[in-house]
Design a protein around this ligand. Sequence first.
Ligand code: GTP
Ligand code: MG
Length: 148
Amino acid sequence: MEQTFIMIKPDGVQRGLVGEIISRFEKKGFSLKGLKFINVDSAFAEKHYADLSAKPFFHGLVEYIISGPVVAMVWEGKNVVVTGRKIIGATNPSESAPGTIRGDFAIEIGRNVIHGSDSVESARKEIGLWFPDGTVPWKSSLHPWIYE
Ligand code: GTP
Ligand code: MG
């Protein structure tokens, strides 16, 4: 089944939003397949955001991501990439709808609490980068109550 990479950024950790964010993905019905609480260095953050290296905010983005520990996760479920992005909300919190994570908990684009892969292909790459030793294979016993 489809997987996505979700990261709670350092501001989300510092602000005590870890439980709330995990809860939103769990309650939706998605399955947690990988979870790590780590500090990353700038070389790693640059790799993760390599597609944005030409942007003027790139340096600030890397400094932000390495400013404290992050929660790196793999979530699995039908359409989890697109639905995960909907749960997260628009990149700029001033445009994210109330009810989304960024809409509810963030104000500025440079402190937007959470990352989610933007495509199945990016998810595959990001999961490979963050979880090189693989994820945890298991199947929730609630599967038949969530999927028809
Ligand atoms: P991620 O899930 O973090 O990848 O965000 P996104 O996919 O919604 O947006 P994108 O990949 O384009 O940008 C990555 C991150 O860079 C954003 O989440 C922001 O934290 C930051 N960012 C994007 N655009 C800007 C900007 O114009 N200014 C600043 N300061 N940060 C930006
Ligand atoms: Mg992105």
